[in-house]
Ligand binder design. Structure first.
Ligand code: NAP
Length: 320
């Protein structure tokens, strides 16, 4: 168990956390990054990324690897465990891991992102892994030459429908309104992709399954009230995002949707605790913005740690 007090603990190894790691190491902060799963977060699950500057088109897993390698090149210490709790303190903050290890640090950066939102319809939970998925890159391969439904109308649903159209014979994109929320470039591509058929103004009321797994969806047109069943082999659900705010300590303000309110330095109401990436309340959630949050928070943390050490009297002493 590390006895020392780190300058900075970063929780979460997505684009924000890894960028924070790079900036923290460059600022010579004694830093550890803790990530329970795969580095790169949601990006690692994305088929292609086309809007991260410097890369016209790059696979999500490859971009995540590049973030990770860049952070590793600075010798950033990384721990592959789950964080169970974060306890703020006046002298230092405490991070408890699932193996009972405790890390103490002057500053913390929380970048735990979020998870896909569930539809919450009958048949969804019971058929997870039997034809229901929240990740096209992970599971699309199983639906080669099959028929799938993609639920949602945002950027994620549009990107995933396009990805799945390369594998499946038919993709039904089922959206509860008559216009997509996704950006225009994606909308244009969807329109041109003959394997994607839009099912507008329609909600899924049940996911049907037999012994072999998912075999259809029950649909309801929200304008006409018409009900029907659509036979499909798989259902991919992309209806938004729920922030992972379970580790956010009491006293830190969140908005009604559970996103953390910060100042322009990504700072929270608790001195030395910063929140970055998709967990932070802001206008847009993009990889480049998470990375920017990471750099902002690490620079702010470096300044905070320096001032704190000076106040605590932990300054460098010249040998006598
Ligand atoms: P999102 O933008 O919140 O879109 C969620 C979609 O699901 C919306 O079309 C919404 O319908 C629909 N929806 C929500 N709840 C539903 C329900 N219960 N039943 C049926 N449909 C439901 O989420 P996202 O697409 O995951 O994107 C999250 C953020 O990441 C966004 O800011 C997005 O721009 C960003 N993102 C960017 C990129 C990129 O730039 N390459 C890629 C992926 C994600 P309504 O439209 O009617 O609300």
């Amino acid at each position: 168990m590390p006895e020392e007090i780190y300058d900075l603990v970063i929780v979460g190894g997505g684009p924000g956390g890894l960028t924070a790691g790079i900036y923290a190491m460059r600022a010579a902060l004694r830093t550890v990054l803790i990530e329970k799963g795969v580095h790169g977060g949601q990006v690692a699950m994305s088929a292609e990324v086309e809007n991260y500057p410097g890369f016209e088109n790059i696979g999500g897993a490859e971009l995540s690897q590049k973030f990770l390698q860049h952070a590793e090149s600075y010798g950033l210490e990384m721990v592959g465990r789950e964080v169970l709790s974060i306890e703020p303190g006046l002298k230092h903050h405490t991070v408890r891991l699932d193996n009972d290890e405790i890390y103490r640090a002057h500053a913390l950066i929380i970048g735990t992102g979020g998870n896909p939102r569930q539809l919450n319809v009958p048949g969804e939970e019971s058929n997870y892994g039997k034809g229901i998925s929240y990740c096209g890159v992970c599971d699309g391969f199983f639906f080669r030459n099959k028929t799938v439904a993609v639920i949602g109308g945002g950027d994620t649903a549009a990107e995933e429908a396009l990805y799945l159209s390369k594998l499946a014979t038919q993709v039904y994109m089922i959206h509860r309104r008559d216009a997509l929320r996704a950006g225009m470039i994606l909308q244009n591509r969807i329109e041109k992709e003959c394997k994607i058929e839009m099912v507008w103004d329609t909600i899924v009321t049940e996911i049907k399954a037999g012994d072999e797994g998912v075999n259809g969806v029950a649909l309801e047109n929200v304008k006409t009230g018409e009900k029907k069943e659509l036979p499909v082999d798989g259902v991919f659900i992309f209806v938004g995002f729920v922030p992972n705010n379970g580790l956010v300590p009491k006293g830190i303000q969140m908005n009604a949707e559970g996103y953390v309110m910060t100042d322009d330095k990504c700072g929270t109401k608790i001195p030395g605790i910063y929140v970055i990436g998709d967990l932070r309340a802001k206008y847009a959630r993009q990889i480049v913005i998470s990375a920017a949050d990471g750099s902002t928070a690490a620079l702010a943390a470096a300044h905070y740690v320096e001032s704190k050490k000076a106040t605590d009297g932990d300054e460098c002493q010249l040998p006598t």
